[in-house]
Design a protein around this ligand. Structure first.
Ligand code: ADP
Ligand code: MG
Length: 695
């Protein structure tokens, strides 16, 4: 009862529109939404008026175009509804043009060189497929953000374009199968969000967490996640209260928060929503992250969304579940019951296999960031190599089609796509391969590489585009075929054969896989800096250009922004490390040394010939490590200005990766050793045990 009442209560959703808009307007708006048509200004005016009345009744005083610039967070600029009417009075005003169009100053957002100074304005345009909502008394209108010359400056625009491109190609394929009732196909996404909850008081004492979202120092606690007692363990009362409060807030915004549970690491949790059309899912995930942070504070907690807040402890990802859904409600990645349905399923399946193989580098790039580098390739996370898990049975089915042989233990027929039903295969969700970066999970794919703090837009743009590109090729070939059945069979067989190197059902964390992947010719870009330059490879530029998802200028701008962000992130981290070493670690260690030296002197002075081996040994070791620490600190301090002085973005990022990150790692190792020698009372900030086990 309560749930149905609050759910979507702050959203200008379909129900509200149906109630508040004149029937003709409602119909016109719906057509716009369903068919991606342009909105008539008259209609916009009526919608704006209804939206304003609804917003005012629900306590809103301001409105904003809500968008997702390339800096990774969401942006809003609040305007109040008031409009003077003379005599010191105001009326509430909000027009159709206020609704569909805004002009924020673009100069404060990253553009990677697109926005020249003489044209600093940008514009935002309403995305009517994502409902407006009220947050903190502000009516938020989800919008796309472009430069005045029309280039996308945000994450939403290319996502919408990629969805259109994908729709076009999927529809061509569906028509080939004789499907005439489907009018539209949209990709769906269900992003599972992982996060940490840390006690606010502890957090406030850690400069690194506050400024960078991850601990830059910290020795491993005696107890980590080795007991596996956290996952699905009892949720602590304080966390439970947070989750309840969070669900409430999300539900009011119409966000389908569904499952909440603990994750592998201590203090780590996950929220999984029910999947939606990708652009709406992306908006919702952005909002979810914002609200998680806000609600945590109310409970004396801090929500940490970065990918690797604690070295040696499980990192946080955002599993992007992906599928294709028709406007008639059919999931195109659901295996069917008839040979006909199966043939269609197999074609889409093989299309994704080919897309992931051909654009494995772009998928890696789509999730590349300084933060995610710490997570990828580390023990507990997907490796930086893209591969695909299909499960043994489905792989066997495809292999037997490829080889033209009957399947082991199955009826002795050689399977012909479109003629024979594919054998039933288990959609076992219990022993799924959790080490695979890209897994088929029965009726959808789960891309596990995205980092927990990043927008899901970019990986979905990549996925949609790659699959659209492959389907375009398939449709071209099949549309020209004399015998559709035969051509289809041959196509599925050939494409699986050519791209099956990407399929790997084994343990992705195994050392042997690295070698095997290399033999198969799969790309492996361990760091963001290795991966990013391939954004500009001809094949990748052609993909986005030919589908009109991104122009060359837009690709270049995204490339520059990604490089700049990488260097900036590491630069901040390095500066924080220097500060913590100089102002916190070294002074504390010195104090502790004084204490030890004092004790040593007193023992010696009392004339009792007391044993001083503890003081002497500890003092000399601390002194030696302190010297090392100081040296490393100095090299970091010397390297930093050198890094900052490099003008070329790629060279700069490379220097941050090879020099600064190495300095930081060395510095940390020494500091962590010192942490083990210095009295807890003297150590200047909370340690891993306190951070991870205090909630
Ligand atoms: P697990 O943790 O085992 O991966 P969950 O049930 O926690 O599984 O998460 C599965 C996610 O996949 C949910 O967010 C769900 O909404 C999403 N999902 C399910 N079906 C689809 C689909 N057809 N398209 C996109 N996402 C989907
Ligand atoms: Mg998952």
């Amino acid at each position: 009862m309560y749930l149905t009442e609050i759910f979507g209560s702050k959203v200008f959703n379909d129900d509200v529109m149906r109630q508040r808009l004149p029937a003709v307007t409602y119909k016109a708006l719906n057509t716009t939404i369903k068919q991606n048509k342009r909105l008539d200004p008259e209609v916009a005016n009526v919608v704006a008026n209804a939206m304003k009345d609804w917003a005012l009744e629900n306590g809103a005083t301001h409105f904003t175009h809500w968008f997702q610039p390339l800096n990774g967070v969401t942006a809003e600029k609040h305007d109040s509804f008031i409009s003077p009417v003379g005599g010191g009075r105001i009326i509430n005003e909000f027009s159709g043009s206020n609704l569909i169009h805004g002009e924020p100053d673009a100069s404060s957002f990253p553009s990677g060189g697109i926005r020249s100074t003489f044209e600093a304005r940008g514009y935002t345009a309403w995305d009517p497929t994502s409902y407006a909502f009220i947050k903190d008394n502000v009516l938020c209108i989800p919008t796309a953000f472009c430069s005045y010359s029309g280039e996308a400056l945000d994450r939403k625009t290319p996502l919408l374009r990629s969805m259109q491109a994908l729709n076009k190609q999927v529809m061509r394929v569906l028509r080939l199968f004789g499907n005439s009732d489907v009018n539209h196909v949209k990709p769906t996404a269900g992003p599972e969000q992982e996060y940490f909850l840390i006690d606010e008081e502890m957090y406030n004492q850690r400069m690194d967490l506050k400024f960078t979202g991850r601990t830059l120092y910290g020795a491993m606690p005696p107890k980590g996640q080795e007991l596996d007692d956290h996952y699905f363990g009892v949720i602590k009362p304080r966390v439970q209260e947070f989750m309840r409060d969070l669900d409430d807030e999300l539900w009011k915004l119409g966000i389908l928060a569904k499952t909440e549970h603990n994750e592998v690491a201590p203090s780590q949790h996950e929220l999984a929503p029910i999947f939606l059309t990708t652009n709406v899912a992306a908006d919702h995930n952005q909002l979810t992250m914002e609200i998680m942070k806000k609600v945590a504070r109310r409970h004396g907690l801090v929500c940490i969304l970065t990918e690797k807040p604690f070295a040696g402890v499980n990192g946080s990802g955002k599993h992007n579940n992906w599928s294709l859904k028709t406007d008639t409600g059919v999931n195109l990645l659901e295996p069917g019951d008839t040979p006909h349905e199966n043939a269609q399923f197999l074609l889409f399946l093989v299309a994704v296999i080919k897309a992931v193989d051909e654009y494995q580098d772009l998928l890696r790039i789509s999730i590349a960031s300084a933060g995610n580098d710490h997570r990828l390739g580390a023990q507990e996370a997907p490796p930086a190599i893209v591969s695909m898990f299909l499960g043994d049975e489905l792989t066997e089915i495809l292999e037997s089609i490829d080889a033209g042989t009957p399947m082991e233990g199955k009826e002795k027929t050689i399977m012909r796509v479109g003629v024979h039903a594919i054998p039933y295969f288990h959609r076992d969700t219990t022993d799924r391969n959790r080490t695979s970066p890209f897994a088929f999970t029965g009726n959808k794919f789960e891309f596990r590489m995205p980092g927990s703090s990043a927008s899901i837009s970019t990986p979905n743009v990549c996925l949609n585009s790659a699959v659209a590109d492959v389907l375009r090729g398939f449709a071209d070939e099949l549309e020209g075929a004399n015998d559709f059945e035969s051509a289809l069979h041959d196509l599925i067989r050939k494409e699986f054969h050519d791209h099956k190197r990407i399929v790997f059902n084994g343990n992705g964390y195994d050392e042997a896989w690295l070698k095997e992947a290399k033999n198969r010719g799969l790309s492996n870009y361990p760091s963001t800096v290795d991966a990013l330059p391939h954004m500009l490879d001809e094949k990748n530029v052609t993909l986005y250009q030919s589908l009109k998802v991104l122009s060359l200028t837009e690709i270049q701008s995204r490339y520059e922004v990604a490089l700049e962000t990488y260097s900036k992130k590491i630069n901040i981290e390095a500066k924080v490390m220097v500060d913590m070493a100089r102002k916190q670690i070294l002074p504390s260690v010195t104090e502790y040394q004084q204490f030890l030296a004092g004790t040593l002197n007193e023992k010696r002075a009392c004339g009792m010939d007391l044993d001083t081996s503890y003081e002497e040994d500890t003092l000399s070791r601390i002194a030696a490590y302190t010297g090392d620490l100081f040296n490393k600190l100095r090299s970091l301090e010397e390297d930093l200005p050198r890094a900052q002085a490099i003008a070329d973005n790629l060279e700069k990022a490379k220097f941050y990766r090879s020099n600064i990150l190495r300095d930081m790692e060395d510095l940390r190792n020494i500091a962590d050793t010192l942490e083990g020698l210095v009295s807890h009372e003297y150590w200047p900030f909370p340690n891993y045990t306190e951070l991870l086990f205090s909630v």
